[in-house]
Design a protein around this ligand. Structure first.
Ligand code: FEO
Length: 401
């Protein structure tokens, strides 16, 4: 791709990456992604977002297809994660006349991202206006969407808002805009996956961001991953989906799942005992035992992070919890899970490090474990099952309300 005209005076100059299958180490990207960046041409010219450093040469070519680098007056960064700022240092050296505009938090991060004291950042605040000639850009603070640095940039004259990750998707759309997406259901899957991965820990901020967008009129959202959203395509769908996904849940019953792995059924027996006990002790509790290897990990993470508390059981292998248990715990939402009670248990054969290692890890994340967990040697006897019942009772006691 070189560039794409979005509207008169507005161009997309970002990078398409259709072959990417894992983003930022952990995010699956079955539909590729894009690193979007935009040029607004007026008396003064602005470049909004940069891109991943890996694509620097192609990116510079794209920009130059639209505008000489010396004619760029402003580089605006709505968010500084290196997939959007990685190219900044080299680009700033080529754009001799450009001022770099960003939020205060972004200026702090950028200092350590570019590591070049000759590059200066101009801080803009919520509500500040930048006049480009015939067009004004308004900066709208949008913290924690999804970093503290985030802001939106709004251009009333173009009826366009630049939202960086917000409303984005890991979906590589060759047409750049959203009016000719060949596989709309796949796009919707990508939109939801992106929301889950990036924004689900920041739900109150999502609601605040949507409210801010409601106060401005726009027909186009220039996101930083995935297709540009328009009122002829998926803009309404994305906004409505975000509203639905960020709605406050009204739930009367407590959700208390029990996750486990078990090679010989010993830890499973403990898990099943826990479920029976939870059903007895917590009225109307929604509870089930989930054998981790029998489920999709993203689905389990969604259950875990949407729960009111959970229990997790692991045998010991190589002096540690088994890898599916560790993989699930690596997906825990540590922001919204701080006060969530977590019970830890497991059967072991020789030394039984799984339970203490899980407890230690959860404590290091400042999460709330129930005591030091419960470990049982080999096949749980009736006495062991009674210990499991008592431990589960302690877990359930955390929900007295
Ligand atoms: Fe696309 Fe938070 O970076």
């Amino acid at each position: 791709m070189s560039y794409k005209k979005i509207k008169e005076g507005l161009y997309s100059v970002g990078i398409l990456n259709p072959n990417l299958r894992v983003f930022d180490i952990v995010m699956k990207t079955d539909f590729g992604t894009s690193y979007n960046s935009y040029v607004i041409k007026d008396k003064k010219n602005a470049l909004i977002e940069t891109c991943h450093h890996r694509f620097f040469d192609e990116y510079v070519e794209n920009i130059q297809s639209v505008i000489p680098l010396n004619d760029i007056d402003y580089i605006i960064l709505n968010h500084t994660e290196p997939d959007h700022s990685g190219a900044l240092e080299r680009l700033a050296e080529l754009c001799k006349n450009a001022k770099i505009l960003c939020s205060r938090a972004a200026s702090v991060y950028l200092k350590s991202i570019v590591n070049n004291d000759s590059i200066k950042f101009d801080v803009v605040k919520d509500g500040d206006i930048l006049n480009l000639g015939s067009l004004d850009l308004k900066f709208i603070a949008a913290p924690f969407l999804h970093w503290p640095d985030t802001m939106f940039t709004y251009c009333e004259g173009l009826k366009t808002v630049f939202t960086c990750d917000f409303l984005g998707s890991h979906f590589c759309e060759p047409n750049v805009t959203d009016t000719r997406i060949s596989y709309p259901e796949k796009y919707k899957t990508a939109l939801k996956g992106y929301f889950n991965d990036i924004f689900s820990p920041f739900i109150p901020y999502v609601r605040a961001g949507l409210e801010k967008l409601e106060s401005v009129e726009f027909d186009t959202a220039c996101v930083s991953h995935g297709p540009v959203l328009t009122d002829r395509g998926f803009l309404e769908c994305a906004l409505e989906s975000y509203k639905t996904w960020s709605k406050e849940k009204t739930r009367t019953a407590l959700c208390l799942p029990v996750f486990y792995c078990s090679a010989y059924g010993y830890t499973r027996k403990l898990a099943e005992t826990a479920v029976s006990e939870i059903k007895k002790l917590v009225k109307d509790a929604e509870t089930s035992a989930y054998d981790i290897i029998e489920h999709n990990m993203e689905d389990l993470a969604s259950v875990m992070n949407g729960s009111d508390g959970f229990m997790i059981g692991s045998p010991t292998l190589n002096r540690n919890a088994v890898s599916p248990v560790r993989e699930l715990l690596a997906m825990i939402d540590v922001i919204n899970g701080q006060k969530k009670p977590i019970g830890v248990f497991g059967s072991y054969g020789w030394s039984g490090e799984a339970v203490p290692s899980i407890v230690a890890e959860l404590k290091s994340l400042r999460l709330q474990t129930i005591g030091e967990g419960l470990k049982i040697n080999f096949y749980p006897s009736e006495d062991d099952l009674e210990k499991m019942r008592l431990y589960t009772k302690e877990f359930c006691g955390a929900f007295n309300r």
